[in-house]
Design a protein around this ligand. Structure first.
Ligand code: PLP
Length: 390
């Protein structure tokens, strides 16, 4: 993490003739040409330069440069949302007849893309379970082109062994596409393990203050060439204003993420033996089933913990209604602690069977641990558990 700190602060768009210290916001739809010849040269890519903000803008470039550098990638593109980024990773690189092997434990909208949207264009997928990693190779067919995973997963915090899955992708010549939203590149760099494409919901820790929606894809140059072509023609680019917000936020990501992780670990430890809970999950708790994998591939455990309250759906609802300080909202990765009930909100579109398969029980509550005083966060959860007792 230490290596990343200065470059996150110092990578910056080239200064204009005004010698500004902080990058201005380039709210311009297009960029002018000195003359007809320059217009021709820019369009034919003989000359490098900005043309039109649907595919090139200095604020977007600054954000992308930071993310490329953080993830040890070769190239990147910034999207209007995390889902636009994830979708572009599929739509730009796959065609009718192709097949994806995906970890079952995925964010709800990624699941909808794989099961409802891509099949309309003849792109199929097969789910595999994190708990049965041996079955992954069996799921690969002659049409498989990509492996798609999320680690840690939302909300179950399941981890995929990045060494194993990248060896598998290499053996079968598949694109390994990792959604790295929960870890952020400060805790885990999938490309160092052998991933080819990494996507992010920048809405989460990259913004970190709940202000903007955004997404980024970084990875190998040849794959990004196709993704850029797709984005240039179809128009899902991030707005320059949001890029400016996100790039500024990256300057403080290292100090924020360290504190999120410290608060999350402290909260998980404080709740671990609470009599009102059936379970507490956090990757760096020794009781966590994938503790040794977490220690080997993540620098710290992340800012999310999950708890399962005794008493199922009704208790979870009552518990959430008793929360005093934390926010009740569907986002995560914010400075403010957020308490969410995935079964009735973010993952409500899943069938009961699908929820069960990815560990979303009726009593599961996701806590995105914020940067408030840890005593205040813990006391809020304690009092809500106490008051929601039957
Ligand atoms: N990927 C993961 C792991 C997420 O948690 C989310 C949102 O919660 C997304 C992707 C989608 O991001 P966005 O809301 O920015 O479209």
């Amino acid at each position: 993490m230490k290596k990343d700190v200065s470059k996150l602060i110092r990578i910056q768009a080239e200064r204009s003739q005004n010698r500004e210290h902080s990058t201005p916001i380039y709210l311009t739809s297009s960029f002018t040409f000195e003359n007809a010849e320059q217009g021709r040269a820019l369009f034919s890519e003989e000359e490098e330069g900005k043309i039109y903000s649907r595919f090139s803008n200095p604020n977007n470039s600054e954000l992308i440069d930071k993310m490329v550098s953080l993830e040890n990638a070769e190239d990147g593109f910034a999207f209007a949302s995390g889902m636009a980024a994830v979708f572009a990773g599929f739509a730009a690189l796959l065609k009718t007849g192709d097949h994806i092997v995906a970890s079952r434990a995925l964010f709800g909208s990624s699941h909808q893309i794989l099961t409802q949207i891509l099949p309309k264009w003849g792109i199929a997928s097969t789910y595999v379970d994190v708990s049965d990693i041996e079955s992954w190779e069996k799921a690969i067919t002659k049409n498989t082109k990509m492996i798609f995973i999320e680690t840690p997963s939302n909300p179950g915090l399941d981890l995929v062994d990045l060494n194993y899955v990248s060896t598998l992708a290499k053996k079968h010549n598949l694109i390994l596409h990792v959604d790295n939203t929960f870890a952020t590149p400060l805790l885990q760099k999938p490309i160092d393990f052998g991933a080819h494409l990494v996507s992010h919901s920048a809405t989460k820790y990259i913004d970190g203050q709940g202000r903007t929606i955004g997404g980024v894809v970084v990875g190998k140059r040849d794959l990004l060439k196709d993704i850029r072509f797709f984005a240039r023609q179809t128009g899902p680019a991030l707005s320059p204003f949001n890029s400016w917000v996100l790039s500024k936020s990256l300057e403080t990501l290292p100090i924020r993420i360290e504190k999120h992780c410290a608060n999350a670990l402290a909260l998980a430890q404080a709740l671990e033996n609470n009599a009102e809970l059936l379970s507490v999950k956090y990757p760096l708790l020794p009781s966590y089933p994938q503790y040794s994998l977490a220690k080997s591939q993540m620098k710290l455990g992340g800012g999310i913990i999950t708890i399962t309250v005794k008493g199922g759906f009704n208790r979870a609802k009552n518990f959430i209604d008793e929360i005093k300080m934390a926010s009740l909202t569907a986002n995560l990765g914010d400075t403010r602690t957020i308490v969410t009930h995935p079964a009735s909100t973010t993952h409500s579109k899943l069938t009961d069977k699908e929820k069960e398969l990815v560990g979303i029980s009726p009593g599961l509550v996701r806590v995105s641990v914020g940067l408030e005083d840890i005593g205040d966060i813990t006391n809020d959860i304690y009092q809500a558990l106490e008051k929601s007792k039957e």
